[in-house]
Structures are given as structure tokens and as C-alpha cells.
Design a protein around this ligand. Structure first.
Ligand code: PLP
Length: 412
């Protein structure tokens, strides 16, 4: 039986996650399919920031570091994120950006494998990870090397000369998911350490770092954790590695006793050593509201819905948009993909601009990839239906050909 819009309305009415949508501030008439870039705003974030600004900052001033718990925010939110990624509470910290955290962790990993010189990464990964590793190697000046491999033979490239594997679990363009348990085991068998980038995993699918015996991980707060633009990132260091190596940005917040104001650096022996300096309190507070909401959702139910939304998107595109030259580059098998669907199309940029003008918001990744993020807490089945109808209209009516859609903005 062919799907109808009405049947999807019914599916949404029975969706156990349906109630979460009301907790977000989404503009009327917008179909937001870009939570894999910037998550929608939790209404609670606005309230929290208002209180923070008008009471904690304006009235309580500097005493807020103690009385309003500002000083503890990185560890407190870290402990909450730990529950989403299968870590223990003293293994995760919220601080800095994903890239800066990766720098710190790769540096520690190389310290822990002094006889090895290779960092193994996926060349097609989100480029900042590669750039950061290249910058670290250059700065170390000790003959380290970043080696790249791709999905088809990544595992085979984990050879006994690798010091650390740095791999993103869910690919930023295709949404392909690596098997964390298997790759981690393979890295360990080769004597290497592993650092997972969970940017497209945290809040999108169940992750269990502890079960996988992962060594390190990083991830951002602004995608599926709905932490807001520029939200601080998180990092994970397995307890067994804490105190065994030192992150290189040795600022006072990572000192054993920051308020002893000693002349020389003495590392904190726990996860706090991974901090460098004063943390962005406003951003941390916003992130906490997103994480708190995520913790109320069952990640397995989130995953089920995410896979169903993806399957629906693919089926409707096949049914409605077959003549228009979209190539599905995400895995068709739901288990193998994260919470996004991506299509390659030579006119992808202009098509996406035309869709955005119709208030269907996804994004574009050069050279030709259109990404649609499916965020189960607020994306409805009917949104997928309407988005595909929108794509069909843009193609049928050649709306994308309007020259104004060819102009590239700074952020795509
Ligand atoms: C896989 C991955 N890593 C890292 C980043 C960005 O890192 P940063 O927080 O340093 O900007 C992104 C951004 O989208 C990403 O997709």
C-alpha cells in the first residue's frame, strides 16, 4: 500500500518522542533538517540564559563561580554526557572545541606510544580533524606522520606501526557508521590507541565507549545535543589513561590546585587536567539544557525513530524524485548510517538554496553533497514527506535554475 501523508500524521500522533518537539523553539512553517549542523533551540535554553544573565551575572557577580556552581560546569555537564556515550562520570569533560580537544588527546596518545610515529585517520573525514593532526605533527617535529586511509580498507591499514587511530564514528557527509567495538579491538590488537570523534554520534545513536574499551573520544555540543551555536565540545579519557600522560595546553584550570597560584605547573591527576583556562559559562549553561533534555529520551527509541525517518526519506525519494539525478550516498541499510541522509547531485548547492527559500532547511557540503539531518526529538515523519514534496517541486519546476541560487554564501 502506498504511503500517504495522512498515514504519517497518524504515525507522528503515536510517536513516543512526539512530546519533545514542543520543548523546542522552532519557527512556524520551517522544516528543519539541519540538526546535524546546528541543533534547534530548546526553549529551556532561553530561560536558563535569561536567569544566568539577570541573576547570576548581574546580581551574584563573581561569587557565582561558587554559589551558582559555575566552576563545576565542565565536569557536571561532562558527567551527564558520559551517560549518553557509555562512559563513567569522571571520564568526560566539557571544554573548548572538538578540534582543540583532539589536539590535546592526540598529543597524549603519542606520549603514551613513544616508539611509534603514525596517526591513522580517514582522509575524507571532516577536515578539521586532519588539519589538527597535521598541525600537531608539525609542531612536535619528531618525525611523526599522519597517514590516511579510507573506508574500503581502513581496518587493514591498522598496522603495528600505528601509534593512534583517530576516527570519526559517523561520517560527516555520507553518515556511514563505523563499528566502534570492532575497530577499537583491531587498534588494540595492533598495539595502537584509538580516539573516536563522536560529533555525529552523541545524541544521535547509542554509544558505549566503555564496552568498546575506547581510549579517547571527542565530540561537539551543537549538533544532536542541541547546545547552541559554538557550544563547547566534550572529551573523554578512559580512567586507565588519566594521570598517565599530560595534555600540552597546561593552563591553570588543569593544575592540581588552580587557586594555590603556584609558579610551576603541576597537573591535576584526573580529567580536570584536560582543561586549560576559564570556561565559557553562558555557552555551558545553554548546552546543559540540551543535554538534560536528551537524557530524558531513551536513546534506543531515538535510534529506532532515526532509522525509520531515514528509511522513509530514501523510499520517498525513490518514489517521487527518481527522474532528477539524485544519488544516495548514505548507506541504504539503516544500521550502517547515522542520523542523516545525503544525496550527491551536480546542482546540489543551487537545489539546497531553492529548498531553503521554501523553508526546507538542510545544508550543502562541497563539491556536490546535500545533507538532511534527521533529529528524532523534533523531526516528524510528516516533515520528511513535506521535504521530499519540496524537493520534487524544486526539480519539476526548475526553481533551482534561478541565478540567485548560484551565489555561494560564506557558510554552506
Ligand atoms: C566530525 C566532525 N569533527 C569536528 C567538527 C568541528 O569541530 P570544531 O568543534 O572544532 O569546530 C565537525 C563539525 O561539523 C565534525 O563534523
Amino acid at each position: 500500500m502506498a504511503l500517504t501523508r495522512e498515514s504519517l500524521v497518524t504515525r507522528d500522533a503515536n510517536d513516543p518522542l512526539g512530546k519533545f518537539r514542543d520543548e523546542f523553539t522552532l519557527p512556524d512553517g520551517v522544516i528543519y533538517l539541519d540538526g546535524n549542523s546546528l541543533g534547534a533551540m530548546p526553549g529551556a535554553a532561553k530561560e536558563r540564559i535569561e536567569t544566568l544573565v539577570s541573576k547570576e551575572w548581574a546580581q551574584d557577580l563573581v561569587t557565582s563561580w561558587n554559589v551558582n556552581g559555575w566552576f563545576d560546569l565542565p565536569a557536571r555537564i561532562g558527567a551527564k554526557i558520559a551517560r549518553l556515550i557509555g562512559a563513567r562520570e569522571n571520564e568526560v569533560l566539557v571544554t573548548d572545541s572538538t578540534g582543540i580537544n583532539l589536539y590535546k588527546l592526540l598529543s597524549m596518545a603519542l606520549e603514551l606510544r613513544p616508539d611509534r610515529k603514525i596517526i591513522l585517520m580517514e582522509g575524507s573525514n571532516f577536515p578539521t580533524d586532519n588539519y589538527i593532526a597535521q598541525g600537531l605533527v608539525r609542531q612536535l617535529g619528531q618525525g611523526h606522520e599522519v597517514r590516511f586511509a579510507e573506508k574500503h580498507d581502513f581496518e587493514a591499514q591498522i598496522t603495528p606501526d600505528i601509534a593512534v587511530v583517530a576516527l570519526t564514528q559517523v561520517h560527516y557527509k555520507t553518515g556511514h557508521v563505523y563499528d566502534m567495538d570492532k575497530i577499537t579491538e583491531r587498534a588494540h590488537d595492533a598495539g595502537a590507541l584509538i580516539c573516536w570523534d563522536l560529533c555525529h554520534s552523541a545524541g544521535a545513536l547509542p554509544v558505549n565507549l566503555e564496552a568498546a574499551k575506547a581510549d579517547f573520544a571527542v565530540g561537539c555540543g551543537y549538533k544532536y545535543l542541541n547546545g547552541g551555536p559554538g557550544a563547547p565540545a566534550f572529551l573523554y579519557v578512559a580512567k586507565r589513561h588519566q594521570g598517565q600522560a599530560q595534555q600540552p595546553l597546561t593552563g591553570w584550570w588543569g593544575h592540581a590546585e588552580p587557586f594555590a597560584f603556584e609558579r610551576d605547573y603541576r597537573p591535576a591527576g584526573d580529567i580536570r587536567q584536560l582543561m586549560s583556562g576559564t570556561q565559557p559559562v553562558l555557552s555551558l549553561a545553554a548546552l546543559e539544557t540540551g543535554v538534560d533534555m536528551m537524557l530524558r529520551a531513551d536513546m534506543h527509541v531515538v535510534r529506532e525513530k532515526s532509522m525509520a525517518l531515514g528509511d522513509l526519506f530514501i523510499a520517498l525519494m525513490e518514489e517521487q524524485c527518481a527522474p532528477y539525478g539524485f544519488e544516495l550516498i548514505s548507506p541504504k541499510n539503516a544500521q550502517d548510517r547515522g542520523s542523516q541522509i545525503a544525496f550527491a547531485h551536480p546542482q546540489g548547492y543551487a537545489i539546497m538554496q531553492a529548498l531553503i527559500e521554501k523553508r526546507i532547511i538542510g545544508d550543502f557540503r562541497a563539491p556536490d553533497v546535500m545533507r538532511f539531518g534527521l533529529t528524532p526529538l523534533y523531526t516528524r515523519h510528516v516533515d520528511v514527506w513535506d521535504a521530499v514534496q519540496g524537493i520534487k517541486t524544486v526539480m519539476e519546476q526548475n526553481l533551482w535554475k534561478n541565478p540567485r541560487f548560484a551565489k555561494r554564501d560564506g557558510v554552506t
